[in-house]
Design a protein around this ligand. Sequence first.
Ligand SMILES: Nc1ncnc2c1ncn2[C@@H]1O[C@H](COP(=O)(O)OP(=O)(O)O)[C@@H](O)[C@H]1O
Ligand SMILES: [Mg+2]
Length: 253
Amino acid sequence: MSEPKLVPPGQGWTVVDVGESDTTVYCRGNVYAKCCAAPGVAELSAERDRISWLSGTGVPGATVMDWSESDEGACLLTSAVPGVRGDLLPSSSHERAMWSLGRVLRELHSLEGCPFERPLAEVIATAADVVRRGAVNSQFLTDEWRRVPPEELLAEVVAESAYVEKVLEPVVCHGDACLPNIFFDPDTLEVTGLIDLGRLGIADRYADLALTTIQLHDEWSADPAPFLQAYGVPDPDPRRLHFFRLLDPLTWG
Ligand SMILES: Nc1ncnc2c1ncn2[C@@H]1O[C@H](COP(=O)(O)OP(=O)(O)O)[C@@H](O)[C@H]1O
Ligand SMILES: [Mg+2]
């Protein structure tokens, strides 16, 4: 049973999204509110700090407008990112959008001085905890992976992690670089902003490349080649793509 959700201060808010985690997103005019009950406060404040940090860089995103916290939970108010969510762009826009997305992801990955880390060992520990609790959300798994016990999927991740650690390329990753978290100008198809930054931190560049490319394939039925070309890794390492695609669905729950 999920706990009662906190509502943002004031009137006139519309519910936009009830998230997988303990959060509910509301909208009013040009402001979004992400609210959570008490158990989610640490995670939401971590997201607030990441949004603040990114807004001081050249990479587009939202800005933090307000933060309120009580014994019941917390609410984070951010400015609305203009444009259209990536998953809602028409197919005629996909190719151009892939070029700008590749450039912006490269820009994000090139930032320096990021105070947030997302070490692989911690992510794997989170996955191990989700698996141990039997909390893996099978909606996030492919048909093939759904037929395999989650313990076996985790064992594959653990076995492959030695390789990934050996070739690690730490950069500032978004951490959930999927299309509903990326906005585009519908005319120019430039990226207007990145949102949902709770997992932003220094990690292997393939943590983002793996999720974005599989989303381009699954959501847009697109060959991600233009994205990879614009990003500057036209021939990605298939082993690391596979690794992070397998790891990610085990970390939600
Ligand atoms: N600052 C924002 N600007 C524009 N849309 C937003 C903003 N914040 C949230 N949204 C909308 O709400 C949805 C859910 O917010 P998000 O932060 O991605 O939460 P979740 O963790 O549930 O995915 C987004 O996909 C987007 O449509
Ligand atoms: Mg999101």
